[in-house]
Design a protein around this ligand. Structure first.
Ligand code: GLU
Length: 447
């Protein structure tokens, strides 16, 4: 059996971090199983679906390195839905209902008044031919409900949640098509999953009760049901379902300098029993992917943690992975010198400016440091720059002045880089080079 998963977003907005996580898990599982990962654009709702969001979904997946093996669009598949719908009406699995929204609302209020659950009473099923004809004559178009089978228990073994049971009797026959002919999500999705041979549906646990209904749809369609994995939802760092999560997407992460590898590494692991690690390559993440390691508790998404993972990923990224995003002229040695100090890749450009100059040097603290820099200038002119100039410079100055630690290093770092902190001077000084180093020491001395 070839595993087929699908990520099925509705193009009514940008993907948010929760969607991205679902896409990632579908992609990882397919890759782990040597299967196929499909992108299905759920665009049956023409009014709310927008082409720019379809494009954004594609480019977000691309940015994250999760290129689908195939793409389908529900809007191109209406003919198939019509055929299956007609067959299900014919076989009595779908029936027309004529109640208005107000009538349905009133029924629910009455039920609530009697302490009953708001389950649809199936009044439409008892309409006579004549009553139906009267509605049609009055121009009342029906909406359509899927008739649940009350006698067959609904059960499945969820790959994350374990044994699941639902009682069809306790659920309303779901409306699957509106009076204007438009589709609700549930039936087209089941038709597509069956038609596309989807073997595993991985989605958020907000869909658990939909699954109960869709299992009966698969049965009515005469199609084997896929397996299901419903993952616990994401919460914000503060532990609550947060509005902010709904607006955090790939565009935001890109804007604040987060690498796609960091998004992947974090979202692959939060909510699982595996630790979040700065894993750059997809392969080791995929190799450890296992639904059995997913917890039932909400997964906590913390932007601070993402920033940390991002920094650690940057510290491990090879030059080739970033070369086209580095400033002109910045080579592999410079990348390796500054890499351990980066929080985001944009910081590399700052350090490149420190290397290339000009650097602004703060005025010195006192005469003592001025005298020290005089000595440094003489020493820097004399040392051999070919191998390890920092070591040569500091050991000479240490011997001459008796300075050590901060007193030895800090005035030099300040004069040479204009900053108190930064990449290891052993790596930085050769990049700054003799000319610039001498000029900077002289300038610092004069300031
Ligand atoms: N379009 C549906 C949604 O975005 C798909 C859900 C599913 O994965 O079946 O909620």
């Amino acid at each position: 059996m070839t595993v087929i998963t699908r990520f099925a977003p509705s193009p009514t907005g940008r993907l948010h971090v929760g969607n991205i996580r679902t896409a990632l898990h579908n992609w990882m599982f397919a890759r782990a199983q040597g299967g196929r990962f499909l992108l299905r654009i759920d665009d049956t709702d023409a009014a709310r679906s927008e082409e720019r969001f379809v494009d954004a979904i594609r480019s977000d997946l691309d940015w994250l390195g999760m290129t689908p093996d195939g793409e389908e669009r529900q809007s191109a598949r209406f003919a198939l839905y019509e055929t299956r719908f007609a067959a299900l009406v014919e076989s009595g699995h779908i029936y027309p209902a004529y109640e208005s929204a107000q009538e349905l609302d009133l029924k629910r209020k009455i039920q609530a008044g009697r302490g009953l659950p708001p389950i649809y009473d199936r009044a439409a099923l008892s309409l006579t031919e004549a009553q139906r004809a009267a509605f049609e004559r009055d121009g009342v178009a029906p909406h359509w409900r899927f008739k649940l089978d009350h006698d067959t228990p609904i059960a499945w073994t969820d790959l994350i949640r374990g044994e699941q049971h639902f009682e069809a009797r306790t659920m309303s026959d779901p409306v699957i098509r509106r009076a204007d002919g438009s589709w609700l999500y549930m039936l087209p999705s089941a038709i597509d999953d069956a038609d596309m041979g989807v073997t595993h549906v991985v989605r958020g646990e907000d869909h658990v009760s939909n699954t109960a209904l869709q299992l009966q749809m698969f049965a009515a369609l005469g199609a084997p049901a896929p397996q299901f994995a419903h993952e616990a939802l994401l919460t914000g760092a503060e532990g609550k379902l947060s509005k902010r999560l709904g607006s955090l997407g790939a565009d935001h992460f890109r804007d604040v300098g987060i690498e796609p590898q960091a998004v992947r590494a974090l979202l692959a692991r939060i909510g699982t029993s595996d630790p979040v690690e700065p894993i750059t390559d997809a392969a080791p993440l995929i190799a450890t992917f296992d639904f059995a390691r997913f917890g039932r508790a909400p997964a906590r998404f913390d932007e601070g943690e993402l920033a940390q993972v991002n920094a650690r990923i940057l510290h491990a990224l090879p030059f080739a992975d970033v070369a086209d995003r580095l400033p002109e002229g910045m080579g592999e040695t410079a990348w390796e010198a500054v890499r351990p100090n980066l929080v985001t890749l944009a910081d590399a450009a700052d350090w490149w400016r420190v290397i290339e100059g000009p650097v602004a040097v703060e005025p010195l603290g006192g005469d003592e440091d001025a005298a020290y820099l005089d000595q440094a200038l003489v020493a820097a002119a004399a040392i051999d720059w070919a191998s390890d100039p920092w070591h040569a410079l500091t050991s000479q100055l240490k011997a001459e002045t008796g300075r050590k630690g901060k007193a030895l290093f800090l005035p030099l770092r300040r004069a040479l880089t204009g900053r108190d902190h930064g990449p290891d001077m052993v790596a930085l000084l050769p990049l700054i080079g003799r000319e610039r180093a001498l000029a900077r020491l002289a300038a610092a001395r004069a300031s």
